[in-house]
Write a protein that binds this ligand. Structure first.
Ligand code: HXC
Length: 510
């Protein structure tokens, strides 16, 4: 028996070597951790259960029969993050560049299927040169099997992708179908085709970093949801995110111990709104002052900064936050911000995470670039997402809620459950100046008359009371009491039940 055990240990040892010491050193030389080191950082100590350690590819072309490494370039299994189960795959770049073979794909599919059956998130650590060239169509078939599972798992268990090396071709499409994508600055790339192909086809000269680096995807394309300095930071942030999420679509998000009094008053919020309605203020301040312990996990922080999305906790329970940001383009809604917020709202709804919406929005962005870009369809995505969401929805209007943007930002009319506003709220079709210019066009040369009309309009509409009289807001609350009011509102909605009519699936405006 001792010999048998020793033989097993030797095989295990060999599998743990991956592509060998030289390639591991090269991986470290690029500032990257190995696939196994990443799993160790991601999961609780000693919690990893590995599967398929000895799986090897079956390719015999191109001299591959003599080039077999146990595990075939991906480490798979499950472990825990703060005691809660997650499934993981981690691609090993030291083995054939982490390229995806038929068997590599089968290993990923196995844990995707186990994750769906057992109801736990899937975390993919991606570091791969894409389809294994030697295996031809078999590797394409493998990728497509992974994609199919990504699609089936969507909305069933949270799926998180971390891009930790070059990811080309098929290697980007699986992450693209997951809920969150994080990248590592300076060492991760995502593109459908790399710089060489780009040059051949379009004559553009571009570096890998410019084409598909972390900055590109977090500020321009919005493909990625966050960028971190190194592997360690990225993995620690994934741990933090998982703590906010339920394990699957049938479970509630976790409730964590909290030390922040739900009835805490924040007097400073009474003066958050500047006297001049055109002066911006930082919506982050409000978010941080109302959430438990000021903790906020922001998603897509560097893209479409005119809207803020992320997670906070209230009385220990996760709440998704969507907030207009008056500091950036006055918080206007446009194509990018509507798309960003719509996807976030849909994630929250799919995983039973209540949504808090903080509104200060002057309307939709006018202009040809917006119209040509399809702001009608993209704006409708957010409208649609809020309207179909059945999770508890609490809204606070702090200042402006004008026009179409009022209709979109989780109002009562989109089945908002509790809609509050501050006394500084202005709920109207548009701002006073714009309205007067349309209503009193014939008086435009006479400044005195125009000023009087503006004053009259402001008096009648630049306040929350017209909406409050109609019951479109449930209560006008003092800013200092916002935390306690929304905590109570969400507490009262814990037993909410609301179903949409049966349908095969919806046809949201894509
Ligand atoms: C087989 C691969 C490989 C691949 C890399 N390797 N990519 N082996 N199939 N796709 C191997 C290399 O031969 C090398 O082996 C080792 O991995 C490390 O690669 P290097 O090139 O030395 O590393 P580096 O200089 O860091 O460059 C990494 C890279 C580059 C940028 C990823 O290797 C590359 O461009 N690879 C090809 C990318 C690609 O075009 N993939 C196919 C995409 S098409 P040795 O033995 O020398 O260490 C696709 C189709 C699916 O994925 C589409 C579905 C929608």
């Amino acid at each position: 028996m001792q010999d048998i055990i020793q033989a097993l240990e030797e095989r295990r040892d060999q599998a743990r070597q991956g592509g060998g010491a030289e390639r591991v050193a090269a991986q470290h030389g690029k500032g990257k951790l190995t696939a196994r080191e990443r799993i160790e950082v991601l999961l609780d100590l000693d919690s990893f259960e590995e599967y398929d350690m000895f799986v090897a590819h079956r390719c015999t072309d191109f001299g591959m029969a003599d080039n077999k490494v146990p595990g075939d370039g991906v480490i798979t299994g499950w472990g825990t993050i703060n005691g809660r189960m997650v499934y993981v795959y981690s691609q090993d770049f030291t083995v054939l560049g982490g390229s995806l073979s038929e068997t590599h794909a089968k290993k990923i599919c196995k844990i995707q299927e186990m994750a769906m059956r057992n109801g736990a998130p899937i975390i993919g650590l991606n570091d791969s040169g894409g389809a294994r060239i030697q295996e031809g169509v078999s590797s394409l078939a493998g990728y497509t099997d992974v994609f199919q599972n990504n699609i089936l798992a969507s909305g069933v268990v949270p799926q998180i992708s971390v891009i930790m090396g070059p990811c080309a071709g098929g290697a980007v499409y699986s992450p693209a179908m997951t809920d969150f994508i994080f990248m590592v600055k300076g060492s991760s790339y995502m593109f459908v085709t790399g710089p060489d192909v780009v040059k051949t086809v379009t004559n553009e000269v571009v570096t890998a970093e410019e084409l598909g680096g972390a900055k590109t995807h977090t500020t321009k394309s919005s493909v990625a949801d966050g960028a971190f300095e190194n592997d360690m930071d990225a993995l620690m942030e994934v741990r933090r995110l998982v703590d906010f999420l339920p394990l699957n679509n049938r479970e509630k998000p976790p409730v964590r111990p909290f030390f922040d009094d739900p009835t805490r008053r924040e007097k400073s919020l009474d003066t958050l709104i500047p006297e001049n309605p055109n002066t911006p203020y930082d919506m982050h301040e409000l978010i941080e002052k109302i959430g438990d312990e000021g903790d906020f996990y922001e998603i897509q922080r560097d893209f479409a900064k005119n809207i803020i999305t992320g997670f906070m906790r209230l009385e220990g329970s996760t709440v998704g936050v969507v907030a207009n940001q008056p500091m950036v383009m006055a918080g206007v809604l446009d194509i990018d911000s509507a798309r960003k917020a719509a996807r976030f709202v849909r994630f929250c709804d799919a995983f039973d995470i209540p949504i808090l919406t903080l509104v200060d929005v002057p309307g939709f962005m006018p202009g040809t670039s917006q119209e040509y870009g399809g702001v009608i369809k993209h704006g409708a995505k957010l409208l649609y997402a809020y309207g179909e969401a059945t999770v508890p929805k609490v809204t606070v209007i702090t200042r402006k809620a004008y026009g179409g943007a009022y209709c979109v930002m989780a109002p009562k009319h989109l089945r908002g459950d509790v809609n509050y506003c501050w006394p500084t709220a202005e709920i109207a079709v548009m701002g006073a100046k714009g309205a007067v210019e349309i209503l009193y066009r014939s008086d435009l040369g006479d400044q005195e008359k125009i000023d009087a009309h503006v004053a009259d309009y402001e008096d009648r509409f630049a306040n929350p009371f017209v909406a409050a009289e109609r019951g479109f807001v449930d209560e006008v609350i003092l800013p200092r009491n916002t935390r306690s009011r929304i905590c109570r509102a969400f507490a009262g909605l814990k037993t909410k039940k609301l179903d949409n009519p049966w349908k095969k699936h919806d046809n949201l405006p894509l």
